[in-house]
Write a protein that binds this ligand. Structure first.
Ligand SMILES: [Zn+2]
Length: 204
């Protein structure tokens, strides 16, 4: 909640920031709009090299306890692209000026986000999306930050390159319904252990 407040504060108030500054509130008023002037988010997780762009957006939104849709709305002056049936996870490639804006909001080099874009050929509708649960939750780079690997979005992906096991799947609808990656992670937990929380006869 604290983070949500700080994002909203950053979006709604003008805070002087060197020579170049414009509050995001200007985006709502066409008169003063300047595409190139951006107030960075107060905090932003850095993308992991092997991460999918949708996963990174999902993690940023989780950080502020908002949905990916709301994050986009508050950050980018153009409309969010139409998403497929796996929601924000299989995020279609975004134009360069949008990448630049995200990079400045997150204080990143442009290449970093360009490298994790979803290839257009991968943006297909699916019933299920494959992944490796161990890789999802055991992120070598940061154990506290589950992330969705970009390679799992490849429609031909079937094995984990790290664990040499077949990938398991979750319904694509999980990502349509979940607002952000933390929500999705909880829904995946419920999907894998459907009886864990709902069986009244279970001995605690
Ligand atoms: Zn794995």
């Amino acid at each position: 909640m604290r983070y949500r407040r700080s994002l909203i504060d950053a979006a709604e108030y003008s805070i002087p920031n060197g020579d170049e500054f414009i509050g995001l509130s200007h985006l709502e008023h066409g008169d003063d709009f300047q595409r190139d002037a951006v107030v960075p988010w107060p905090v932003a997780p850095r993308p992991f090299f092997e991460e999918a762009f949708g996963s990174w957006l999902g993690r940023v939104a989780s950080r502020y306890d908002i949905s990916v849709g709301m994050l986009w709305e508050r950050s980018i002056p153009s409309e969010m692209p139409r998403l497929g049936n796996a929601g924000w996870l299989i995020f279609p490639p975004v134009p360069d000026y949008t990448l630049e804006r995200f990079a400045r909001l997150a204080r990143l080099g442009n290449n970093r986000l360009e490298a994790i874009q979803t290839p257009i050929d991968w943006t297909t509708d699916r019933q299920c999306v494959p992944y490796c649960f161990k890789c999802l939750v055991l992120n070598d780079a940061d154990v506290a930050a589950p992330r969705w690997k970009r390679e799992w979005l490849d429609p031909t992906a079937d094995r984990c390159r790290v664990h040499h096991t077949f990938l398991e799947t979750v319904p694509a609808s999980i990502f349509r319904k979940a607002g952000n990656l933390a929500d999705a992670r909880r829904a995946i937990g419920r999907h894998r252990n459907p009886y864990k929380r709902h069986d009244p006869t279970r001995i605690r």
